[in-house]
Design a protein around this ligand. Structure first.
Ligand SMILES: [Fe+2]
Ligand SMILES: [Fe+2]
Length: 171
């Protein structure tokens, strides 16, 4: 079975591929492919925040999963990294956070497997809700003066201090 795990882990792979494709030329980011990565990742986060985590809480009688707070902080950091135009530093931090974040979601004890177990016979319905999730309206990248400090704060809030320092030093 493994409906949620299969569906959302495949989306991780698709997004990894898009990011790799967007940066095949060192030091350059293909705007169209990076745009597809960016909108796909925001939609993915939306599916987890608006559909998956609330469903998990419902299956637990209204009690959110203990890991939900950490995951939401990570999502805040990841979404903040998608605000400015991509640079080598921003994408390096994004990759490093995504790698650790996705590890919490995938695997036998991960978020997705936990949701499949909680959903039981309703897992297929849950996947169907994910499948029809709406696209996220995308704002253009913003490189204004407040973006970098706000980004560093969001990353620090999620516990990635070294990454926040790296971005502030590079900015
Ligand atoms: Fe996530
Ligand atoms: Fe995910």
């Amino acid at each position: 079975m493994g409906g949620v795990e299969e569906f959302l882990a495949a989306d991780h792979r698709r997004l990894d591929d898009l990011l790799r494709e967007a940066s095949v030329v060192p030091g350059e980011f293909d705007a169209v492919t990076y745009g597809r990565f960016r909108s796909g990742l925001l939609k993915h986060i939306g599916m987890e925040e608006k559909i998956l985590l609330p469903a998990a809480a419902r299956f637990r009688g209204g009690e959110p999963l203990p890991i939900a707070t950490k995951l939401r902080l990570d999502h805040g950091a990841i979404a903040a990294l998608l605000v400015p135009s991509p640079t080598a530093e921003i994408v390096a931090v994004l990759r490093s956070i995504l790698e650790r974040h996705n590890r919490i979601e995938e695997g036998r004890e991960g978020l997705y497997a936990t949701c499949d177990r909680l959903a039981g016979g309703a897992a297929a319905d849950l996947v169907e809700q994910l499948r029809v999730a709406p696209e996220v309206p995308l704002s253009p990248c913003n490189d204004g003066p407040k973006v970098r400090p706000a980004l560093a704060r969001a990353i620090r809030r999620a516990g990635y201090d070294a990454e926040a320092d790296l971005l502030l030093a590079a900015g």
